[in-house]
Design a protein around this ligand. Structure first.
Ligand code: SAM
Ligand code: SF4
Length: 333
């Protein structure tokens, strides 16, 4: 069986697929309100092209596909995409990360089409703060979307929260309380230097240690053993089975256990969020001199090339670190 093993022995089974770089929010840690450097429409992979790359990925050992973006639910044919991935031979587990705004409309259809799990991003429980943080007055839509996802049977329902100093860093315990009450599984993600506006600063980012301390003032947290390839350090809350996760991407890198590759919406394979190299599969897909079988063989070779180019770590903490040219919203978070 073919596998995607890098030079450090890491086996890659997880493909993050960005369906679009467009978004309905403007979370300040991700993109500025006046962001305009969008990927041209014609460069974005068609659904047919996406499916070809995913099928090849599965033939190379990918067994989980996470759809992301930008905002993946903005893709007009998202339900069809989910349905078609779920029908691939040896279909991968299919998950999605969303801002939740369109879940009220789409959750039922997505589950019916084959979606098994979702992560929804929410950083504050205050409508006013949400508006300030995202430049859009859509807090209620996220809450309604979460309820729809729950009713549609998407479980466990994970919430992703990014804390920013002076913006929402006082909300860690309240977010956890809310998550426990609603049976959501909460994970805090350290803010990373991947925003289009370049606002990230090491001195002001809220670290995993600070998040742990803030939560520990209200809760007793006991580490969960066996993290596997999960980026989150998980903790049992108050001796119950409820857990909270902290993803210390910057201060506690987990590169040694990384099993992810990424496909951007314009058809570039990446070995890491922070990589400065991309391997072009769009060019192969659009090469009119090749038939489908030869394209698939070449794409399989490019998956291997991507994995073999993977560095041991993301290097954020090295003095020579250079942030990638593209922001998180274009790479796929
Ligand atoms: N739009 C969807 C959403 O917000 O869930 C999917 C794409 S978004 C890029 C995926 C995740 O990345 C979200 O949970 C978001 O909070 C997180 N994210 C975006 N920019 C980030 C940054 N600079 N540092 C850490 N996490 C970030
Ligand atoms: Fe959009 Fe997600 Fe970025 Fe927020 S984090 S601006 S919802 S892509």
């Amino acid at each position: 069986m073919t596998e995607l093993i890098d030079t450090y022995g890491r086996k890659h089974r997880n493909l993050r697929v960005s369906l679009t770089d467009r978004c309905s929010l403007r979370c300040s840690y991700c993109m500025p309100n006046d962001f305009a450097a969008w990927i041209p429409h014609d460069d974005q992979l068609t659904t047919e092209e996406l499916l070809t790359v995913i099928e090849v990925g599965v033939s190379q050992g990918i067994n989980e596909v996470r759809l992301t973006g930008g905002e993946p639910l903005l893709r007009p044919d998202i339900v069809e995409i989910v349905g078609r991935i779920a029908s691939i031979e040896n279909a991968p587990e299919l998950t999605l990360t969303t801002n939740g705004l369109k879940l009220a409309e789409l959750a039922q259809a997505l589950v019916k089409a084959g979606l098994t799990r979702i992560n929804v991003s929410l950083d504050t429980l205050s409508r006013e703060r949400f508006k300030k943080l995202t430049f859009r007055d859509r807090f209620d839509d996220v809450i309604t979307g979460l309820e729809a996802a729950k009713s549609a049977g998407l479980s466990p329902l994970k919430i992703n929260s990014v804390l920013m100093q002076g913006v929402n860093d006082d909300e860690a315990p309240a977010l956890l309380q809310w998550a426990i009450e609603n049976e959501y599984s909460l994970r805090f993600i350290e803010q990373m230097p991947l925003d289009a506006g370049g606002i990230w600063e090491r001195a002001t980012m809220v670290s995993a240690d600070e998040i742990f301390k803030a939560l520990s003032q209200n809760y007793s947290l006991t580490p969960v053993d066996d993290r596997g390839s999960s980026p989150a350090e998980e903790f049992y809350v108050n001796g119950t089975s409820h857990t909270v996760g902290i993803i210390g991407s910057v201060t506690r890198p987990f590169c040694g256990a990384c099993d992810r590759l990424r496909l951007t919406s314009d058809g570039q394979l990446r070995s890491c969020l922070f990589s400065n190299e991309e391997v072009d599969v769009r060019k192969v897909l659009r090469d009119e001199s090749k038939d489908l079988e030869s394209k698939k063989l070449e794409i399989a070779a490019r998956f291997q090339k991507t994995v073999l180019s993977k560095l041991p770590g993301h290097g954020i903490n090295d003095p020579s670190f250079i942030a990638p040219a593209r922001p998180m919203s274009a790479i796929g978070g």
